[in-house]
Write a protein that binds this ligand. Structure first.
Ligand code: BES
Ligand code: MN
Ligand code: ZN
Length: 493
């Protein structure tokens, strides 16, 4: 699916279908009004007859309108003007793209005049590309017959009344972000027997070849040499060997300090010896979505050739029970030298991330951001709406929250007060890997990580509730790639 802007009077635009908005109470958007005038009142008549209510999600397809060059005009209900927010905008775009049968390949969406919370053309274009591409995403590569296609739309134009460079930039950024999200979703959805640590390493190599990134994939021996005793303790119970993947994108001067992105890549989290209950355990294949978001973001930023340096680090392994697996009570030495008493082997994400975060220090980073499906407690706190954002640096937190707002990829700041650290006290090691059960679990997990990130500006995004959906729409969401991309775009200036 490709994107462009189109400039011209709506009635003269040649396209298979022109998509225009109608608000609740039947109020036509300016483009719809112009078409109505050209077509002798056909749009107002449709509204008056009750065929188009303007309610959110309502659709009406008109064909062969006199005085209109487009083959079809699709009216999309935008709902009330006052509650036409970012989500309603994306819903309207998706509805508009999905509405057609096989004959429609080229559409123009007159979203330039859909007024959504004072958002500008750049934002509208960006959100249009992401929403449109979501309608085309399929997870059928492992089905013997492909899922039926929803639509055959190949060309999507944003119709504007005048040329607008910001809108063109928005489409470019949005399309690249959508490409990154698709990679993240695909990797997230792949089953754990295929998407192993080794597979992720191969995917990273492929990405590096395609986008001219630097790549290193470290194996067990090298992790031992680095003294990553915490990471290796998690990996030990699996027959699948661990991988530490390092991708480098250089878009700025060699001496410019990089942003380092770190992803949790547990390709299956059984809980280990602290075995999880069986219900919905299949969803623990998604425990590598943080890693997938790092790979997706690296792809997107390379496509956009952003002017900054970024290092992506993925710690990938399985968390499995076995005779040689880590046990509750084991004490391990992390790469930082700090010792950890493993009281629960299911709190494995922090055990692999702490070593990856120590490794991140090598790059003298301008900032480090880790993404992890880290705690069920974060889902209890924030549900499936907000990701949990933790940071040891106010400026970095501010940048990420601003990016989250403009990308409509919600995140909520969570605390890291020193007082929570008490919960991690161990009688036998420098720290325990869990706090008090049922007591601020998302916070104590972040506080654990904070002990390994004192040398640089760091943020942690707990995506346990936002990286995938359960139920009938089960699948990875591609979050928080939009947030990360907006953050990097803003940084690149
Ligand atoms: N990957 C899980 C977190 C998770 C659970 C994400 C459910 C999404 C849905 C993580 O490794 C984990 O098991 N965390 C434990 C920590 C606990 C043992 C302190 C949890 O949240 O129960
Ligand atoms: Mn776990
Ligand atoms: Zn996990």
């Amino acid at each position: 699916m490709e994107f462009s802007t189109k400039v011209g009077r709506p009635e003269t635009v040649k396209t298979d279908a022109l998509v225009v908005g109608v608000h609740a109470d039947g109020e036509l958007t300016p483009t719809a009004r112009a078409l109505d005038a050209a077509a002798g009142g056909a749009l107002k008549a449709a509204v008056k007859s009750g065929d188009m209510s303007g309610k959110r999600g309502s659709l009406l397809l008109l064909r062969g309108l006199n005085g209109v060059a487009a083959t079809r005009v699709l009216l999309v209900g935008l709902g009330g003007k006052d509650d036409f927010n970012e989500k309603a905008y994306a819903d309207a775009v998706r509805a508009g793209v999905k509405a057609f049968g096989n004959a429609v390949r080229d559409i123009a969406i007159a979203a330039g005049d859909w007024r959504v919370n004072r958002r500008d053309h750049e934002w509208k274009a960006h959100a249009l590309a992401i929403a449109a591409r979501e309608t085309a995403f399929r997870s059928d590569e492992l089905k013997s017959k492909r899922d039926p296609d929803g639509s055959a739309v190949e060309q999507v134009a944003l119709l504007l009344s005048a040329r607008n460079a910001a809108a063109e930039r928005g489409l470019r950024h949005g399309a690249a972000t959508a490409n990154g999200m698709e990679l993240t979703k695909r990797l997230g959805n792949l089953p754990p027997n295929i998407c192993t640590p080794t597979f992720l390493g191969e995917q990273a190599r492929k990405l590096a070849r395609q986008w001219k990134l630097g790549v290193e994939v470290l194996e067990t021996k090298q992790l031992e040499a680095l003294k990553m005793g915490s990471f290796l303790a998690v990996a030990r119970g699996s027959t699948q060997p661990p991988r530490l993947i390092v991708l480098k994108y250089n878009g700025a001067a060699a001496k410019a300090a990089p942003v380092v992105l770190v992803g949790k890549g547990i390709t299956f989290d059984s809980g280990g010896i602290s075995l999880k209950p069986g219900a919905a355990m299949d969803e623990m294949k998604f425990d590598m979505c943080g890693a997938a978001s790092v790979l997706g973001t690296m792809r997107a930023l390379a496509e956009l050739k952003l002017k900054l340096n970024v290092v992506g680090i993925v710690a990938a392994c399985e968390n499995m029970p076995a005779g040689n697996a880590a046990k509750p009570g084991d004490i391990v030495t992390s790469m930082s030298g700090q010792t950890i008493e493993i009281l629960n082997t299911d709190a494995e994400g922090r055990l692999i991330l702490c070593d990856a975060l120590t490794y991140a220090g090598r790059f003298k980073p301008a900032a480090v951001v880790d993404m992890a499906t880290l705690t069920g407690a974060c889902v209890v706190a924030l549900g499936n709406v907000n990701s949990g954002l933790f940071a040891n640096n106010e400026d970095l937190a501010g940048e990420l929250l601003a990016a989250s707002r403009s990308a409509a990829d919600a995140a909520w700041r969570m605390p890291l007060d020193e007082d929570y650290q008490e919960q991690l006290k161990s009688n036998f090691a420098d720290m325990a890997n869990i706090g008090t059960p049922g007591n601020a679990g998302a916070v104590t997990a972040a506080c654990f990580l904070a002990r390994f990130t004192k040398d640089y500006a760091w943020a942690h995004i707990d995506i346990a509730g936002t990286a995938w959906k359960s139920g009938a729409a089960k699948g990875a969401t591609g979050r928080p790639v939009p947030l990360l991309m907006q953050f990097l775009i803003n940084r690149a200036g």
